[in-house]
Design a protein around this ligand. Structure first.
Ligand code: ZN
Length: 371
């Protein structure tokens, strides 16, 4: 029997200048740190981060990340970390750097800390890492024995992200409560190996409500690099609540439909969060949820300019060719092992295709002012 299970990072710290505080916490974990970061991330964070670590009495080695969270890169960094005797691995950057730091930390038996420098992903707090080939092709998920020991979100660094990254992050998190509710209803396992406790559902619901209440104001603030209270709340919603929500409640049709879209080359330039946002709308149609809820989601998607039509995902075919492509999307969305099985009713490639077409029709009508 599956037990109610929730997982989370041990500590989460957020605020302007927070990166300078990493040393205070890291020094409690060991005397030597390996910092792994992308070039841009290190330019933004390395100064105050390293100063804080050294002020706390730590020895620090800094390594430039080579671009892919591949087994080759993990192996290179593990060898370096073993040679220096690092007790703490600190990832600084986007999802791929953070995922690499987690796996390196596990493999050398060290503690690991994540310093996200983008808000487009909720990789920072999770206990899962995605491994790609050196050429960037998806290879596997690695489920780690625990979440990061510490996550530090420095909003004076994050506010310099292009605003559209915040839109992507919000699109991804929009799915959390909607998919979580479905997983709780069907008692399907979450990523913590159990089922969702009400604590996780409450966090996922608060994430959803925070997006709807503060999302637009946060986006406007991000456009002018102003870390307002609304912006701070949305950073927390994306980085912390989003991760806690999806890991400890589970994923369902919205992410399965996202995965389905990845079989169409024309969607490859569309971000994860944007495809998930459309997947949310299609999931509401698939589950025949009430119009009031669909309207609420449409209103949000429209306000922050997330996709609600296939054309916005660059899928512009018509007639039989469109049906052929969407059937392929439906087939991939229903692939064995994907999270479509968390839905309360059996879903076939055909019914998934109908939900996508239905969502597109609703989205087009809304954009034409007939919603
Ligand atoms: Zn996602």
């Amino acid at each position: 029997m599956l037990m109610k299970t929730i997982i989370s990072p041990s500590k989460y710290v957020q605020g302007p200048g927070a990166v300078a505080e990493v040393g205070k916490y890291a020094a409690q974990m060991g005397g030597r740190a390996l910092v792994i970061g992308g070039r841009t991330a290190l330019e933004a964070a390395q100064g105050p981060l390293v100063a804080g670590l050294e002020a706390a009495g730590m020895k620090v080695d800094v390594q430039l990340f080579r671009g892919e969270s591949s087994w080759e890169e993990v192996g290179r960094l593990v060898a370096l970390a073993n040679a220096t005797g690092a007790a703490v691995v600190i990832g600084v950057g986007g999802g791929k750097v953070l995922d690499t730091a987690k796996v390196v930390g596990r493999d050398i038996g060290a503690r690991w800390i994540n310093v996200p420098t983008t808000v487009a992903t909720n990789a920072a707090c999770s206990a899962v890492a995605v491994i790609y080939s050196p050429e960037g092709v998806f290879e596997e998920y690695v489920f780690l024995p625990r979440n990061p020991d510490l996550v530090v979100a420095d909003t004076s660094i994050l506010i310099n992200n292009p605003a559209h990254m915040l839109r992507m992050g919000m699109g991804d998190c929009l799915a959390g409560w909607i998919e979580g509710e479905t997983c709780a209803l069907t008692a399907k396992p979450n990523f913590a190996g159990g089922t969702a406790p009400i604590t996780a559902l409450a966090i996922a619901k608060l994430c959803y409500e925070t997006l709807l209440t503060y999302g637009l104001d946060a986006l406007r603030a991000a456009e002018v690099q102003a870390a307002t209270p609304a912006y701070e709340r949305i950073v927390e919603a994306v980085l912390l609540m989003g991760a806690l929500g999806f890991e400890s409640t589970g994923l369902a049709a919205a992410h399965a439909i996202h995965n389905g879209f990845t079989v169409l080359a024309e969607t490859h330039s569309i971000s994860h969060g944007e495809k998930v946002a459309f997947g949310v709308l299609a999931m509401l149609v698939l589950e025949n949820r009430p119009k009031s809820q669909i309207d609420e989601v449409l209103c949000f998607l429209d306000a922050i300019d997330l996709p609600m039509t296939l054309a916005q995902l660059k899928i512009t075919d018509k007639g039989a060719e469109l049906d052929r492509k969407l059937f392929e999307v439906g087939k991939a969305a229903c692939a064995e092992g994907d999270t479509m099985y968390c839905e309360p009713m059996p879903v076939t490639p055909e019914t998934a295709m109908y939900a996508i077409k239905g969502a597109d029709a609703i989205g087009r009508a809304y954009r034409a002012g007939k919603g």
